[in-house]
Design a protein around this ligand. Structure first.
Ligand SMILES: C[S@@+](CC[C@H](N)C(=O)[O-])C[C@H]1O[C@@H](n2cnc3c(N)ncnc32)[C@H](O)[C@@H]1O
Length: 221
């Protein structure tokens, strides 16, 4: 059974020729992309052998294994061609940024679907600083946990961005109930950090700035 998170990742994909599923694990994205005729060919990559075996088994069961290439390795390294689209989901932003950094010269024509499990602001900052624009963001609440999915592509022009773009996001403001709930959750987290820092006489100017931005944004809903 495909989770809501995976379903939303798949929904953000465009019809394409080649798709890379980096860190494919169970292989749900790879298999569904072929089954739903979103991609003609998928490169399912994982740094660990066991997940690849699981993905391969699933693809055989679903009769799509002839259209998926299973590759063991780090990030984009084992893929020998430029792909149209790539999904990197279910890992920390730091790991996603490091995978993107290592592949920077070969993903300028690739649409990226990225779903970090934590430190979303780190990923937004990396994308903007490295010339990748954020086209879309989606907040998904699945089994009481929030996930943000980012769709991004490389731009030739320099990208200007603000703190708000990094900490709140440009497109979370799509006025969905889930988006609103997510902003409240960030506010709660930020308030906790603020309190903890205040107790310890630490500088809270960063948290104050973000809390003000959040208040302003929440007022608009
Ligand atoms: C928690 S799973 C997420 C699986 C799936 N993408 C999802 O969103 O449900 C993370 C997977 O990424 C793999 N992984 C972590 N770092 C990787 C890297 N640098 N290159 C390729 N695979 C990686 C892990 O082995 C693991 O199977």
């Amino acid at each position: 059974m495909i989770s809501k998170r995976i379903e939303e990742i798949i929904n953000l994909l465009d019809r394409c020729n080649t798709l890379a599923d980096i860190g494919c694990d169970h292989g749900y994205v790879a298999v569904e992309a072929i089954k739903r005729e979103i991609a003609n060919k998928v490169f399912a990559v994982d740094i660990n052998f066991h997940p690849l075996l699981k993905a391969k088994e699933l693809s055989k069961k679903e009769n799509v294994d002839d259209k998926i290439e299973f590759l063991l390795g780090n990030g984009f390294d084992p893929i020998e061609e430029e792909v149209d689209e790539a999904v990197i989901a279910g890992m920390g932003a730091e790991n996603i940024c490091s995978i993107l950094s290592e592949a920077k010269d070969r993903i300028s024509n690739t649409t990226l679907i990225l779903q970090p499990m934590k430190d979303i602001e780190l990923l937004r900052k990396w994308l903007f600083e490295n010339g990748f624009d954020i086209l879309k963001e989606k907040v998904v609440k699945d089994k009481n946990r929030f996930y943000v999915i980012i769709k991004s592509t490389f731009l030739l022009d320099k990208i200007s961005f603000t703190d708000k773009d990094i900490y709140i996001g440009r497109y979370i403001i799509d006025r969905t109930e889930e988006g609103y709930e997510f902003l409240l959750k960030i506010k709660e987290k930020m308030q906790k950090i603020f309190k903890m820092k205040t107790i310890n006489f630490l500088d809270t100017s960063h948290e104050e700035k973000i809390l003000t931005m959040l208040e302003e944004e929440l007022k608009k809903w």
